[in-house]
Write a protein that binds this ligand. Structure first.
Ligand code: GLA
Length: 382
C-alpha cells in the first residue's frame, strides 16, 4: 500500500512527501473503562492507514482518500463539524491551530485497509496518523500524548462522540508483539507479554456497522457520570468509577437510577476483570483469561446493553465450538467479536459460523486473523 500511496501523491501533487503508517487496534479486555479512568488492554494490529503528505505553503489542505475515491480541499477557515472523514481531519487541524502550531496547509493522499465501523478504531487511526504526520512535517514538537489528546478532541468536538482516549493512545503508543496495559487514570501504560502460546486471535466482523455518536455511546457515558455524581455525594473522595468497589456501589444503589446502577455495575466489574486478566496474561493462563472475556461479553450484553443479536450469536457459537474466550469488541452495537482460539481450531469455527450466520442473519460475516503491530510511525525507506 505504501508504494501505491506514494505514486498517487506523485501523480496529484508536487514535492517529496513524508510517509506515515497508522494502525487500528484490538482490545483484549477493558471495554468502556477508558472514560471511567479504568484499565484497558489494547494492541495495534497489522491493518492500517498509509499517508503521504507534504506542506504546500498555502492556506489550504488538499486531501485524497484512495479507498473511498474521494478528494476534498478546504482552507483553515473552513473547518466544519460532521460525520464524514474530512471532519475528523478538520478536527485534528483545529487542534493544531488552537495550539498555535500550523504554519501552512498541506497536500495529502491516504489509503486504508481497516474496515470502517467494525470496532477496529479506523477513525482514531485516521486522526492519530494525520496528527502524527502534521507534527513531523511541520516540526511542531508535540509529544505522542498531546497528539492522542488532539485526536480525541477532534472526535469529541468535530463528530460529537464523547469517546475515551484508548483508541488513539493504542494507535500511537503500541509496540510490535506486545499488549498494552493502559491506565486511563493518568494516561500511562506498560506492556504485557503477548505470547499466546498455543492460541491465536480471530476477529469476526458481524458487518453490523455501528455509529458511535448515534448508538447510545454518549448515553452510556452519561449514565456513568450520573452514578459517579451520586457516589461522590456519599463519599467525596470518589472521582470516577475507578475509585469504586462493588460494596460501595451496592450501598449507593438507591441513590441513582436503575439504569445508572446497571451501567456502573458493569464498569466496576470490568475494571476488576482487566486487573485479573493482566495477571493471567503474565502467568500465561489463557484459559482463565478467556473466561474473563466471556464474562465481559455477558456484562456488555446484559448490564451495559451495548451488544446486538449478531454479536450475542457469534459469542454463543464460539462457546459451543470450545473457543477459549470471545466477546464483542469496541464501542458496541455491532462491529467485531474477538476470539481467543486454540491453534488449529480456527477453520472449524469459520466453517461452522459462515453457513449458520448467513442462514440466521442473511449477511456474510468477515474473518480477520490479525498480528500485533507497532504504533504510528514514519516509513523512512521508501
Ligand atoms: C470506542 C471508544 C473508546 C472506548 C471503546 C469502548 O472504541 O472510542 O474510547 O470507550 O469504544 O471500550
Amino acid at each position: 500500500m505504501v508504494g501505491q500511496v506514494i505514486s498517487a501523491f506523485e501523480s496529484n501533487f508536487k514535492g517529496k512527501p513524508g510517509v506515515f503508517v497508522a494502525p487500528g487496534r484490538i482490545n483484549l479486555i477493558g471495554e468502556h473503562t477508558d472514560y471511567n479512568m479504568g484499565l484497558a488492554m489494547p494492541a495495534a494490529i497489522d491493518k492500517h492507514f498509509v499517508f503521504a503528505i507534504a506542506p504546500n505553503n498555502t492556506d489550504s489542505f488538499l486531501i485524497k482518500a484512495i479507498d473511498l475515491d474521494q478528494s476534498v480541499s478546504f482552507s483553515r477557515n473552513e473547518l466544519k463539524h460532521g460525520h464524514s472523514w474530512e471532519n475528523y481531519l478538520m478536527g485534528v487541524i483545529d487542534g493544531f491551530l488552537r495550539r498555535g502550531k500550523l504554519l501552512s496547509g498541506a497536500d495529502s493522499v491516504f489509503n486504508s485497509n481497516i474496515p470502517a465501523g467494525a470496532g477496529l478504531s479506523s477513525s482514531a487511526a485516521l486522526c492519530s496518523g494525520f496528527g502524527f504526520a502534521l507534527n513531523e512535517i511541520f516540526k511542531c514538537g508535540l509529544g505522542k500524548l498531546e497528539l492522542a489528546v488532539i485526536a480525541q478532541e477532534a472526535e469529541q468536538n468535530f463528530t460529537g462522540t464523547r469517546c475515551g482516549i484508548m483508541d488513539m493512545y493504542a494507535s500511537l503508543f503500541s509496540e510490535e508483539n506486545s499488549v498494552m496495559l493502559l491506565d486511563c487514570r493518568d494516561n500511562t501504560h506498560g506492556f504485557l507479554p503477548a505470547r499466546f502460546e498455543g492460541f491465536e486471535i480471530l476477529l469476526i466482523d458481524t458487518k453490523v456497522k455501528h455509529s458511535l455518536a448515534s448508538s447510545g455511546y454518549n448515553s452510556r457515558r452519561a449514565a456513568c457520570e450520573e452514578g459517579v455524581l451520586k457516589l461522590s455525594q456519599a463519599n467525596p473522595e470518589i472521582k470516577s468509577l475507578r475509585d469504586v468497589s462493588p460494596e460501595m456501589l451496592e450501598s449507593s444503589k438507591l441513590s441513582m437510577s436503575e439504569e445508572a446502577f446497571k451501567r456502573c455495575t458493569y464498569v466496576v466489574r470490568e475494571i476488576d476483570r482487566t486487573k485479573k486478566a493482566a495477571h493471567f496474561l503474565q502467568t500465561n493462563d489463557m484459559v482463565s483469561f478467556g473466561k474473563l472475556m466471556y464474562e465481559t461479553h455477558l456484562g456488555l450484553s446484559r448490564e451495559y446493553e451495548v451488544s446486538c443479536a449478531e454479536s450475542d450469536w457469534l459469542v454463543d457459537r464460539a462457546l459451543k465450538n470450545n473457543v477459549t474466550g470471545a466477546r464483542q469488541m469496541g464501542g458496541g452495537f455491532g462491529g467485531c467479536t474477538i476470539n481467543l482460539i486454540p491453534k488449529g481450531s480456527k477453520q472449524a469455527l469459520i466453517d461452522d459460523v459462515s453457513e449458520k450466520y448467513f442462514n440466521t442473519f442473511k449477511n456474510e460475516p468477515d474473518f480477520y486473523s490479525v498480528k500485533l503491530a507497532s504504533g504510528v510511525h514514519e516509513v523512512v525507506d521508501h
